[in-house]
Write a protein that binds this ligand. Sequence first.
Ligand code: NAG
Length: 487
Amino acid sequence: MGLEKFICSLMLIIIGVAHTTATSTLDYRGALSKSLVFFEAQRSGKLPHVASLSWRSSSGLNDGSTENVDLTGGYYDAGDNVKFGLPMAFTTTMLSWSVIEFGKKMGSELHNARDAVKWGSDYLLKASCHLPDALYVQVGDPDKDHSCWMRSEDENTPHPVYKVTPSNPGSDVAGETAAALAAASIVFRHSDPHYSKQLINAAVKAFTFADKYRGSYSDSLSSVVCPFYCSYSGYQDELLWAAAWLHKATKNSSYINYAKSLGCNPDSDTFSWDNKFPGASVLLAKEYILQKNQDVSEFRDHAEKFMCSILPNSPSMSVKYTPGGLLYKMTGSNLQYVTTASFLMSVYAKSLRFSKQTFQCGGMAVNPSLLREVAKKQVDYILGVNPKGMSYMVGYSNNFPQRVHHRDSSLPSVNIFSGPVTCDSGFQYYHTSNPNPNVLTGAVVGGPDENDNFADDRDNFAQSEPATYINAPLVGTLAYLAASSQH
Ligand SMILES: *[C@@H]1O[C@H](CO)[C@@H](O)[C@H](O)[C@H]1NC(C)=O
């Protein structure tokens, strides 16, 4: 062997070792634990005395007071201080699904995952307790909120409250709320049957309201929900999604008939707070795969069409992958599509493995191992196996985003600087290149661009802003990957 050849083989060995080390040292269980800490940072309302985050305090304690209703609690969606109902409900649904599907693999984190669900479902119960007259769907004026850079704890003026009603309907947000309440009812079925019953009753009410008073909240509340969480996909997907979850929670077959009568848009390759078609397809397809329920066979086709639209090398792939191997769908918060897709692949892999089935994408054979491998690769990318060697989960590894677009993380804590930080004075902390003083542990940010580049810059919110709905599906996938390298 010539020297050159020898050095070359040596290099390959070193690269091989480095690569193995990088992947085998990924700590999925640690990442799972961190991913749940993020939900504590997003909490609104009265925080428990033994909060694990020293830099957050109670906030929004007057929420709802302008309408004499109690809307305290719930989650801020991302880096601002608004409580948006649609993404909050979707977050709660996905956290619930994570627990339902992979809770047995969560070990000591199961307790924290249930707490994260409950912080959302407690709020959704309050928001829906005035049905059938009104469903409260938002606290805070986003334009006003976004023009300030303030701590959630300093927001002392009463926040405006928004609702949908029979004459100003919102089948999208009401449908998602029904899905969230139904999914959460399954989470607490055994651990807290009374609470579970409350949740399912509220879910049925929200679903009835969504179905009976058809319309989009993007029309009813256009100026305060668009463009932030405008329901671009319409409300058919949420009605389907709600029916699928209500069927799973109640086993009442009328929801299956309802779902079939709605049908599905099988061309969606994105699953998000806006578009629920792929999620509903996978949820219903599981009934076919595991329970042989012939009534839902069409949803298996939809679910597999979705898988074929995202799998690399599939003839019908319609998403892109970056040179570094990240699924890439859109500029704004792209990682949300990565975490939802990875979750659906994990769920589907689990069902197929259990029933010993496979499927085809054109000529490409797909088995559970392939689905798991693709999902794992996406999660590994998020955790640092990428061209920049950066973990897009804050606080994981030594190289993670420092200037996250998040008010409470970037401003001095109320427990250190009693303030106040006013609407305008907060911007000095926004514009500094200093790292955020409060580490937003576990938050997954929007992520890199289509060339694997990432600007660690608060101003670049498309890349540096975290969101509860990026994390929620990741909770389940991390539990799946942590459990074993085989299943
Ligand atoms: C099933 O759901 C439908 C629609 O909500 C309802 O009318 C019916 O009473 C339910 N059946 C049972 C057995 O609960």
